[in-house]
Ligand binder design. Structure first.
Ligand SMILES: [Zn+2]
Length: 409
C-alpha cells in the first residue's frame, strides 16, 4: 500500500489483529448478519505514520447509528471545562470577537463551556452524527452535520470567515484523508489564531500495549514526529504541547501558522522531538515487540476469565465502548465468558456487541443478578466507574481491569 500521508510505499506491519466487525456497529438482533474487515496497522518507514490498511470510507465506518455521546463521561466534562477556561484565559480574553470552531463537537460537551465567555462572538460545531448533533443544538450551539475536509472548509470560509480558535479533539485518528483535514484547518485559521489538537499518543499505545485502541474507525496512530511532519507540510507549526491522561495517554498540541511570530516553538516541543528520536521512533526496532506483547496480554486476560468461569463465577462487562470490542473479538470472547455488558446509555441497551453478540443491558441488571466479577471495559475511566459501582462491593463483587495490566481489584 501507499502511505496515506507521504504517498511512499509501505510494507512494514505494525500489528495484525486478524479481522473484526466495525467496533461501534451494535446489532439490533442477535441473529443479524454483519461484515468483518481485516484489522491491520502498517508503519511508514519514511514519515513514521502508523495507519490501518483498509480503505473504508467515513460513511461506511461512521454509520447513522454511531452511538457515542461524550457527555456520558463525567471526567471528560470536568476536563473540558478546565480546558475551556485555560485556553480562553491564555489565548482569547485579550482580544474581542473571537470565533471558535470545534471539529467533531459531539453533543456539545466542550463548546457549552465557551457560551458564557465575554469576548466570543461565534461558536460553531461540526458533528456528522445526527444523534449527537441534535443534542448539541438543544444546547443552543450552532452545529453542522458534515464530515470536515478541505472542500468543506472552503464552504465554511465563505459562510463564517476565519476562526481564532479551532479545536479538534480525538478526531485526527478518524479521518481517512489526514492531508485534506489539515489543509482545511489551515484554510480556516485566522492570521494569529491557534488550533488545539488532541490525539491518543502512539508512544503510550506501544509502551503500555493498549492495542484495544486499534479499530477501523481509527485510521491513524500518531507520534509527535509523524504528526508534526504533516503540520510542516502545510506550513503550520506546533509551538507547545501538554501530555494528558485521556485514552491512556494523549498529546494536546498547540498549533499556529508557521509564520506567526507571536508564538515561538517552545523548549518543551524541542525536548519532545529529541525524546522521540532517542527512544527510536524513527527505527523499526521500537515497534517490533508490540504484537508479541499484545498476544501475551490477550492470553493473560483469557486465562483469567476461563479460570473464573471454571469456578462457576458470573462475569459482567461494564461499558459497551468501542475499544472493548477490539479486545473481546481479538480474544474470541462470547457470552459464555462475559454474560452481559452493562451500559448507562439507553440507546445501547437491548442491542448486542458486534462480533461477540454479548447482550447489552441496563445497570438494573447488576443489582438484580449480583455478578461475581465486572470487567471495566473503558479502563481509561476506571476510577469514575469504580466510584459509580461502589455498591457492588456489598455482595463481594470484584472488578477486572485489563489495561495497562490485567488485574483484579
Ligand atoms: Zn509516510
Amino acid at each position: 500500500m501507499l502511505c496515506k500521508s507521504c504517498k511512499k510505499k509501505i510494507n512494514k506491519t505494525l500489528i495484525d489483529l486478524g479481522s473484526a466487525p466495525l467496533s461501534n456497529n451494535l446489532l439490533y438482533k442477535i441473529e443479524e448478519s454483519e461484515n468483518w474487515y481485516p484489522l491491520k496497522v502498517m508503519i511508514c518507514s519514511n514519515c513514521w505514520l502508523a495507519q490501518t490498511n483498509h480503505n473504508l470510507t467515513s460513511s461506511e465506518v461512521f454509520n447513522k447509528n454511531y452511538p457515542y455521546l461524550s457527555s456520558v463521561s463525567k471526567s471528560l466534562l470536568i476536563n473540558s471545562k478546565k480546558y475551556a477556561d485555560d485556553v480562553y484565559d491564555k489565548f482569547l480574553k485579550n482580544k474581542k470577537n473571537n470565533k471558535i470552531l470545534e471539529i467533531a463537537s459531539n453533543d456539545g460537551y466542550l463548546l457549552q463551556y465557551f457560551k458564557n465567555k465575554k469576548f466570543i462572538s461565534k461558536i460553531v460545531g461540526i458533528e456528522p452524527t445526527p444523534e449527537a448533533a441534535k443534542i448539541s443544538r438543544k444546547k443552543k450551539i450552532q452545529t453542522l452535520e458534515v464530515f470536515f475536509e478541505k472542500k468543506e472548509a472552503k464552504k465554511l470560509d465563505k459562510k463564517f470567515g476565519k476562526f481564532d480558535l479551532i479545536i479538534a479533539n480525538n478526531v485526527v485518528a478518524h479521518i481517512p484523508d489526514i492531508n485534506s483535514f489539515i489543509q482545511g484547518i489551515k484554510k480556516l485559521l485566522s492570521k494569529t489564531g491557534i488550533v488545539t489538537i488532541e490525539f491518543q499518543y502512539l508512544v503510550d499505545l506501544i509502551n503500555k500495549n493498549i492495542f484495544d485502541n486499534i479499530y477501523h474507525e481509527h485510521y491513524y496512530y500518531y507520534s509527535f514526529t509523524s504528526f508534526n511532519k504533516i503540520l510542516e507540510k502545510f506550513n503550520l507549526k506546533a509551538f507547545d504541547y501538554q501530555k494528558i491522561e485521556a485514552q491512556g495517554g494523549s498529546l494536546r498540541l498547540y498549533i499556529t501558522h508557521k509564520n506567526n511570530k507571536i508564538y515561538a516553538v517552545s523548549n518543551n516541543i524541542k525536548k519532545l522531538k529529541n525524546l522521540e528520536t532517542k527512544i527510536g521512533i524513527k527505527k523499526l526496532k521500537f515497534y517490533s515487540n508490540f504484537f508479541t506483547n499484545t498476544v501475551n496480554k490477550k492470553n493473560q486476560f483469557l486465562s483469567k476469565l476461563i479460570e473464573l468461569k471454571n469456578k462457576k463465577k458470573t462475569i459482567f462487562g461494564y461499558g459497551a465502548a468501542a475499544k472493548g470490542n477490539t479486545m473481546i473479538n481479538f480474544c474470541g470472547i462470547k457470552n459464555d465468558l462475559i454474560d452481559y455488558v452493562v451500559d448507562k446509555n439507553s440507546y445501547k441497551q437491548g442491542k448486542f456487541l458486534p462480533g461477540s453478540r454479548i447482550p447489552i443491558v441496563s445497570e438494573n441488571f447488576i443489582r438484580k443478578t449480583k455478578p461475581d466479577y465486572i470487567v471495566i471495559i473503558p479502563w481509561n475511566i476506571a476510577e469514575e466507574i469504580k466510584k459509580d459501582l461502589k455498591y457492588v462491593k456489598g455482595w463481594g463483587c470484584k472488578f477486572i481491569i485489563y489495561q495497562p495490566q490485567v488485574k483484579i481489584i
